[in-house]
Design a protein around this ligand. Structure first.
Ligand code: ARG
Length: 266
């Protein structure tokens, strides 16, 4: 796998745009960097490639690279943040992706990248309700030419799809049912009858904010119930501690943008 990450050099909790963020609670910046470096090392030890984008002072949430774009088949759909505090991250990620040779497309509405857009097999699961606009889902389908499945998020703690649902491989997901509207829950049951259903305890430590390469699943170490469920299904869970970044509402997946190249035509 090829990932893009952003070192949390300028990480802080200076504003509150989700319920996890409390600007009055202390953050340990050195610990945040150390925890991030440990995550990066896990990817390197698994044999993955990690690219880095230069962090920018004054953009404390830039560490959450998953929100920087959605990259499928060598095409990068750039982002448009809901909140003005994160707006300047969008052009930074866009120019990195251009320089790296990806074909970059512009969003039409609020679009927070892989935070809300998750590829599973040939489908794109698309969250809405808090950040990415429902209208953008149709645009995502046009850009990537893949069916987009709209999922309605209903719990403000799980404001991005990647906090409530994790893609494990081409056919399998794990998710927290309560984070979705009744209709979206029914859609998920239909599409993924064999999904792992996470518990509230696992979701509350951002356990679903995990990164899978199809076999190894890198997830918050505190999500012990989910780790056991994964092991039972034959995956290898790898726990990492990102407690400092969780104070901004982020976990391993938020820190990780998947760079999917164009596949050679078969
Ligand atoms: N503080 C950031 C925000 O609220 C956290 C983003 C987490 N990223 C994610 N992919 N869920 O926007």
């Amino acid at each position: 796998m090829r990932y893009l990450m952003c070192r949390p050099t300028h990480f802080a909790v200076e504003y509150a745009i989700n319920p996890w963020m409390d600007p009055t609670a202390p953050v340990d910046p050195a610990l945040a960097v150390a925890q991030w470096e440990a995550l990066r090392q896990v990817y390197l030890d698994l044999g993955h490639t990690v690219e880095e984008i230069e962090p920018i002072a004054g953009l404390p949430d830039m560490v959450f690279a998953a929100n920087g774009a959605t990259v499928i088949d060598g095409t990068a759909l750039a982002v448009q943040f809901r909140d003005p505090q994160r707006a300047d991250e969008a052009p930074a990620y866009r120019s990195w992706l251009e320089r790296a040779g990806f074909q970059v497309r512009e969003p039409k509405h609020v679009n927070e990248g892989e935070g809300d857009l998750l590829l599973v097999g040939d489908l794109i699961l698309a969250g809405t309700g808090f950040r990415t606009a429902h209208a953008e889902h149709a645009h995502v389908q046009e850009v990537f030419g893949r069916p987009v499945i709209t999922l309605q998020l209903v719990d403000p703690r799980f404001y991005h799809l990647d906090t409530a649902l994790c893609v494990l491989d081409e056919r399998t997901i794990a998710y927290l049912p309560e984070a979705f509207s009744p209709g979206s829950r029914a859609v998920l049951r239909r599409l993924f009858p064999d999904a792992i259903l996470a518990t509230a305890a696992d979701a509350e430590v951002l356990g679903l904010n995990a990164v899978s390469d199809g076999r190894h699943v890198v997830l918050p170490a505190q999500a012990t119930g989910l780790a056991a469920a994964l092991r039972e299904r034959g995956y290898t869970p790898i726990g990492v501690d990102l407690s400092e970044l969780r104070k901004a509402g982020g976990g391993p997946k938020c820190c990780t943008l998947v760079l999917r190249e164009r596949e050679a035509t078969k």
